[in-house]
Design a binder for this molecule. Structure first.
Ligand SMILES: [Zn+2]
Length: 329
């Protein structure tokens, strides 16, 4: 009897049952007046993802367009990314509470973009420490006031009610291993990539990578704060990890195989724009010359690819002008 019970605990049907239980809770709690419930999926033992749709921020989704997640350890929980506003942060905390009675011990912000950090205030209200890279803390202090205003324009006042900027209170300046309630978490920094201070989190026990926005899966990435060369170099380092499960910042849960497509997008974009620049073409001409058909089916291609071409064009131009200036000195 005991053998059967422990076998069932380990097997797939138990995992299915847990998923159904969480889904049913999600359907029943709103009727009881609980906070809006988010979907949640246990993708490895004690590792949960709160998936977001492949979408841009709108009043309908309230800015919930990036994946969050959490890891349940021996005596507490680590949450990764707090959502787009105070209410979203509250909903993430309510989702954790549906799954486990253990307290949330720490929030990790993967980077400074508003959809990842503007739920921080819900965590700070409960005295939960917030960890990020030092560069992310600086970028948040500089940009979050504008980001908050622009996200409010996209999703409306109601979704952003009670949202305030809450900076991280703990910063890390280099990669390190964190013992988080018995889970060994590798906090990985590769310098300026998608943003100035990206942090990826690798749970060694389950070989799960929370990649933040270093990985977009099926969606054209945002490059507005990016260093494209640094981003590609960071992806090459991620590819060296023994990843079993990969949670991208945007898109469905996948595997290490999801690193190659985003790397190819960035490197082909860079290569095409570089050729256009060398030929003396303008940034507007480069947009036409750097169409990437392979990625035209990704969400956001029409809206964002042209802007990405321009971003890379100006990166190349800046490097070129800096090189010439140094050559004259
Ligand atoms: Zn981002």
């Amino acid at each position: 009897m005991f053998q059967w019970f422990f076998g069932w605990l380990r097997n797939d049907s138990f995992a299915q049952c847990r998923r159904w239980c969480f889904a049913l809770l999600g359907l029943t709690l709103p009727a009881l007046g609980a906070p809006a419930n988010l979907p949640v999926d246990e993708i490895a033992d004690g590792v949960f993802v709160i998936p977001a749709p492949l979408a841009d921020a709108t009043p309908e989704n309230g800015g919930r367009v990036v994946n969050s997640g959490f890891l349940v350890g021996r005596d507490g929980v680590i949450v990764i990314d707090s959502g787009a506003n105070h209410r979203h942060g509250e909903a993430i905390l309510a989702t954790v509470a549906r799954v486990t009675p253990k307290p949330v011990k720490m929030l990790i912000n993967t980077h400074s973009h508003p959809q990842n950090v503007l739920g921080n205030s819900a965590f700070a209200e409960r005295g939960i420490p917030i960890l990020a890279t030092a560069a992310t803390a600086v970028a948040m202090a500089e940009r979050c006031p504008n980001c908050l205003a622009s996200l409010r324009q996209s999703v409306g006042d109601e979704a952003m009610r009670a949202t305030r900027i809450q900076l991280p209170d703990t910063t890390v300046a280099a990669s390190q291993v964190l013992d988080a309630s018995g889970r060994q978490l590798r906090l990985l920094q590769f310098g300026h990539g998608h943003t100035e201070g990206d942090l990826a989190v690798f749970d060694e026990g389950s070989a799960t990578l929370f990649a933040g926005d270093l990985i977009y899966s099926g969606q054209i990435p945002h490059l507005s704060e990016a260093n494209t060369s640094g981003w590609i170099a960071g992806l090459d380092q991620l590819a060296g990890l023994p990843i079993r499960i990969l949670i991208p910042g945007r898109g469905p849960v996948g595997s290490a195989g999801d690193i190659a497509p985003i790397r190819r997008y960035l490197s082909e974009l860079k290569q095409r724009v570089s050729v256009a620049y060398q030929e003396g073409r303008s940034a507007d001409e480069a947009i036409r010359l750097a169409e990437l058909q392979e990625f035209s089916g990704w969400h956001g291609y029409a809206a964002r690819h042209g802007r990405n071409v321009q971003h890379v064009y100006f990166e190349i131009e800046r490097l070129d002008l800096d090189g010439r200036r140094e050559g004259r000195q």
